[in-house]
Design a binder for this molecule. Structure first.
Ligand SMILES: [Zn+2]
Length: 247
């Protein structure tokens, strides 16, 4: 399992710092990773490609905007298929930046209604179509569902679960095991995140692979448990700070 998870399938580079990695995690599932500099550190961002007989489903768009077309080219080359559906798991640019680009390529782009609204409010590219937070999608023989655990990283963050492979795409709601803190909190809901993290852990007890939005991917539920721990720690820290401020 570990070997499978970390078997790097190919690495495509274009431009000076641009890098696009693919990691195979099941027969028909690949994590794609692009990179950006955030607070002077080079940070990875992950999305998922699900290969179905009728085309490829892309969960989240590349963070590195120079990779919008190279990823399509790589998909054509590797799988001889086209992307037919893109879903953004929340409104921030590491998930939604490519929505306009893919819409213009004739690809169906989707997000929740809440995400579309937030994209619009913040002048970000928005999806063409919307769905409710908890929706089951069937693309040819592939079934997957979206789930809204509650507010955390943002008020609109959803996750995507593939029951057959037991793969959970956590987006930025789920932190990597190597994350020291909850990261960018500018739109976060500190009070709700621990509750929502617990809801998510309960919802998918059989999950095999959890993909966090950024950084290292660990096998099993480790990332979910780590997210809950960080969210609880952060919540307690804030409460203590408030108490101190009152005295
Ligand atoms: Zn993110």
């Amino acid at each position: 399992m570990k070997a499978l998870l970390f078997s790097m399938v190919c690495l495509v580079s274009s431009g000076l710092n641009a890098q696009l990695d693919f990691t195979k995690i099941s027969d028909s599932s690949y994590i794609f990773t692009t990179y950006q500099t955030y607070k002077e550190a080079r940070i990875s961002a992950h999305g998922l490609l699900k290969i179905t007989p009728g085309g490829v489903v892309m969960i989240d768009t590349p963070w590195d905007t120079t990779q919008f077309q190279p990823i399509l080219d790589s998909i054509t080359l590797k799988f001889h298929k086209k992307v037919v559906l893109v879903i953004a798991t929340h409104w921030h640019e590491d998930r939604s930046a490519g929505l306009d680009y893919y819409k213009k390529q004739g690809i169906a782009t989707y997000s929740t209604y809440a995400t579309k609204n937030l994209c619009r409010e913040n002048n970000f590219p928005e999806a063409q179509y919307t769905f409710e937070g908890d929706t089951v999608f069937t693309i040819y023989n592939t079934v997957f569902e979206t789930f809204y655990p509650g507010a955390g990283h943002t008020s609109d963050n959803i996750v995507v679960y593939f029951p057959k492979d037991r793969i959970l795409v956590g987006g930025c709601f789920v932190k990597s095991v190597e994350a020291q803190d909850l990261g960018n909190l500018s739109d976060a809901n500190i009070g709700m995140w621990p509750v929502a993290a617990k809801t998510l852990i309960k919802k998918y007890p059989k999950v095999k692979i959890v993909i966090p939005g950024h950084q290292k991917i660990a096998p099993g539920k480790k990332a979910l448990k780590h997210t809950l721990k960080l969210a609880r720690k952060n919540y307690k820290g804030r409460k203590q700070d408030k108490k101190k401020a009152k005295h």
